[in-house]
Write a protein that binds this ligand. Structure first.
Ligand code: PXP
Length: 235
């Protein structure tokens, strides 16, 4: 199981003052040293946290892969190609949202993805789609030739008790369905230590990408300690 550490919110804090501190590059380097398997960063269209220079500098300073999260636009795909990005996760984006509120509407984006994905693959980019855990999404992925999915765990993060159990069970079934079709499975969004423990034993889950909680918790305990603890939980 790989741990991806999303360092967007170090940049959120930096941008609050418009200066250079705290530095997301330093966060990437510390996360790598503490055991992160990949660094994750979302280049948003409004550049509210990570910017183009950050991406270039992260790549220069880490020895683990960078996974770039981008909206499905020609500009972002070209940016990934120009910067020799090896891993891209395609996510939905709305200007007014506080965070990525749900998975990509794969049917709405079908024609664009069908046309553009071959260019990403030709440039040897490993592509995953950020999707809600629904069986119909898997069938569309197969039609598109997509072989990696990150499932949005935001709903699980926000529910408790019976509803939470129901959603975890649903995630497990969808993962089983996707894995049986040769799709590589990742998950993320809203995960903290407790929620991670609850989904960690789902078979076929290969990677968790976690940001806000790790960065928030590191204010109290230090980034290195928090990454180490999360890494220990996911084994
Ligand atoms: N995975 C994807 C595709 C995301 O868009 C995000 C949020 O940017 C995350 C994981 C991490 O979510 P969180 O910051 O809530 O841990």
């Amino acid at each position: 199981m790989r741990l991806g550490v999303n360092i967007d919110h170090v940049a959120t804090l930096r941008n609050a003052r418009g200066g250079i501190h705290p530095d997301p590059i330093k966060a990437a380097v510390i996360s790598e040293k503490a055991g992160a398997d990949l660094i994750v960063a979302h280049l948003r269209e409004d550049r509210r946290h990570i910017n183009e220079d950050d991406i270039a500098n992260i790549i220069k300073n880490i020895n683990i892969p960078l996974q770039l999260e981008v909206a499905p636009t020609k500009f972002m795909f070209n940016f990934a190609i120009r910067n020799n990005i090896k891993k891209v996760c395609i996510v939905p984006e709305k200007r007014q949202e506080l965070t990525t509120e749900g998975g990509l509407n794969i049917k709405y984006n079908f024609n664009f993805l069908k046309k553009m994905l071959p260019t990403l693959y030709k440039n040897k980019i490993e592509v995953s789609l950020f999707l809600d855990p629904d069986i119909e999404n898997i069938d569309v992925c197969k039609e598109l030739g997509v072989n990696a999915i990150e499932f949005h765990t935001g709903e699980i993060a926000n529910t408790f008790g019976e509803e939470e159990k129901f959603l975890i069970n649903k995630l497990e079934n969808v993962i089983k369905y996707a894995a049986a079709r040769g799709i590589s499975i990742r998950a993320g969004h809203g995960l903290n230590f407790d929620k991670t423990k609850k989904i960690i034993n789902i078979k076929f889950l290969e990677e968790l990408n976690i940001g806000h909680f790790i960065i928030g918790e590191s204010i109290f305990y230090g980034l290195s300690e928090v990454v180490k603890k999360m890494k220990k939980i996911i084994g």
